[in-house]
Design a protein around this ligand. Structure first.
Ligand code: HEM
Length: 215
């Protein structure tokens, strides 16, 4: 928009004429709708269920943004594929948390591997669909070190790093509680009790604040 010196007619015409701009514009409009309905007063008026249904649109907006990024990248889609891969990694965490809880290090690792494979497939599929390059060549590029680290490996590595961090976190967390008797252990126990109490009360408080179930 700044490139066009703020000329809204030119900006509007370009948006209509170019698919990737239209996709960006739809994404922006949807994001604005989510932003406009993110106030407590609006959420109360809408009711929790309707608000949640509207905000599920984020699962459409994020892929639209990736598609917008992919199309505008033209020939080299490395960065856009990387962003798409990281989004898929988050989606796999969400799915694991929802359908196979708890999201422990083993599941986090599985999510990382799945997202890495899907990233490679996204890259292969995109190049095959838009340029006709032999999918085998794009796939093999993932295993050719001289071509640099591919998005699929970056995503797999991120998944691996998160799984390792989860293992470390699991080991560090109990050791804090296990510190000998005395003030810190007592504080730890009191802290946990207070945390558990807050965790029990929070859903009810949130529901009351947002009017969930009131519709
Ligand atoms: C009316 C709405 C939008 C318009 C007109 C628009 C326009 C553009 C244009 C012209 C580019 C290419 C820039 C360049 O060549 O350097 C671009 C890139 C991009 N846009 Fe949008 N966009 C819109 C909305 C969005 C939204 C909602 C998102 C994300 C949620 C988004 C994410 C991106 C990204 C990630 C890039 C690539 C940036 C890069 O190359 O570094 N855009 N957009």
């Amino acid at each position: 928009m700044l490139d066009q010196g703020g000329n809204l007619y030119v900006v509007g015409r370009e948006i209509v004429l170019r698919v990737y701009l239209a996709i960006g514009a739809i994404g922006l409009l949807l994001l604005l709708a989510l932003a406009a309905t993110s106030f407590d007063s609006v959420i109360r008026r809408m009711g929790g269920k309707r608000w949640l249904a509207l905000h599920q649109l984020v699962y459409l907006i994020a892929p639209l943004a990736i598609l917008h990024f992919l199309i505008q990248s033209k020939l080299d889609v490395t960065e856009a594929v990387l962003m798409g891969g990281l989004l898929m990694l988050l989606a796999f965490y969400r799915l694991a948390h929802r359908f196979f809880p708890p999201l422990d290090p083993a599941r986090a690792l599985a999510a990382g591997l799945a997202a890495g494979a899907c990233t490679a497939l996204l890259e292969v599929g995109w190049y095959a669909g838009t340029t006709g390059i032999d999918p085998r060549l794009v796939w093999e590029a993932n295993f050719t070190p001289s071509l640099g680290i591919s998005p699929a490996w970056w995503v797999t590595g991120t998944g691996l790093a998160v799984a390792v961090a989860a293992v470390v976190w699991q080991r560090v967390k109990p050791s804090r509680k296990a510190r000998g008797p005395g003030s810190s252990a007592r504080k730890g126990a009191e802290g946990k009790a207070a945390h558990d109490k807050r965790a029990q009360e929070k859903p009810a408080k949130d529901k009351a604040r947002l009017g969930v179930g009131a519709t």
